[in-house]
Design a binder for this molecule. Sequence first.
Ligand SMILES: Nc1ncnc2c1ncn2[C@@H]1O[C@H](COP(=O)(O)OP(=O)(O)OP(=O)(O)O)[C@@H](O)[C@H]1O
Ligand SMILES: [Mg+2]
Length: 337
Amino acid sequence: MSPALLEVENLCVQFRTEEGLVRAVDQVCLRIQAGETLALVGESGCGKTVTSLAIMGLVPQPPGEITSGQIRFEGRELLRDRRNMRRVRGRQIAMIFQDPMSALNPFLTIGQQLTEPMRYHLGFSSSQARRRAVELLEQVGVPDPRRRLSYYPHQLSGGQRQRVMIAMALSCQPKLLIADEPTTALDVTVQAQILALLAQLQQKRGLAILLITHDLGVVATLAHRVAVMYAGRMVEQAPVERIFRTPLHPYTHALLGAVPRVDGVPAGRLATIGGEPPHLAQLPPGCAFHPRCPWAQESCRRQRPELEWVQADHARACPVDWRRQLTSAPHNPEPNR
Ligand SMILES: Nc1ncnc2c1ncn2[C@@H]1O[C@H](COP(=O)(O)OP(=O)(O)OP(=O)(O)O)[C@@H](O)[C@H]1O
Ligand SMILES: [Mg+2]
């Protein structure tokens, strides 16, 4: 296997809150190769954004704390090497944030915010950077881009702000793009345009993408592999085809199982599953999913399953052979591929 562009090993991030210690990310491992898209999916609050903030060195500390783990980019440690992190962040690894407003500075114009990183990281002159900024805004579908450069973020619609942030993230030609719900505020046409742009950058420049989304159509369009998180932990990782066809964790099955499919392509958002995800400060003993799992056994209530590689490219954290009983679980129909 070729060396990964990004390697995350046993990453643990916790927050001290009034309700107790929240283990937002617990022993998470993932790898992304150049030119690859890894989709990170799971219900709200399972730790997707915190994982990506840790990769960017942006976990708010305090209340957050990275208690253990390694994050390597091109083989070099980021977590314990602040200089390397500063060199890489924004240039080699860029992020599209889930909330565009919090990522844009309300006091600076779009033009200032778009050109500054290109001048700092790429040594562009201001006119070079402005020209490139106009090109980037055009690529992400912002109308009348020259005029928009003098606007402040509040003068743009939510969808336009999101597109500006995508342009900012792409401005320094990163090797890895972390995209946290990149197309949620966008209408279908613009969404398709952005996804096509990302796919094109991937083909042309080998851009790697860590894609966080609730939209299965986006997963099916862009992802090569899928990583599934539940309550701060990784519960399954596999190539996208395998995840849709033969998920090996009951949680993945539940998340994808109820999805309508058109011509074999999954569509719509991730399914809603019965019961609530547990509070991360009060996890149940054993497997965190057992209270919602139709196949839970006695051992699941006691022992927390480790993530195991059952094939070279397929890992799961569930030792139960539940797929054999699939037909006898009426509320979780087999995906009708
Ligand atoms: N600054 C913070 N202080 C305290 N707890 C936090 C903080 N940031 C995140 N958390 C907790 O960490 C957990 C994981 O949050 P995270 O934002 O990563 O979820 P997510 O998977 O991105 O969810 P969503 O799909 O809603 O974006 C949550 O329980 C959240 O409450
Ligand atoms: Mg999030």
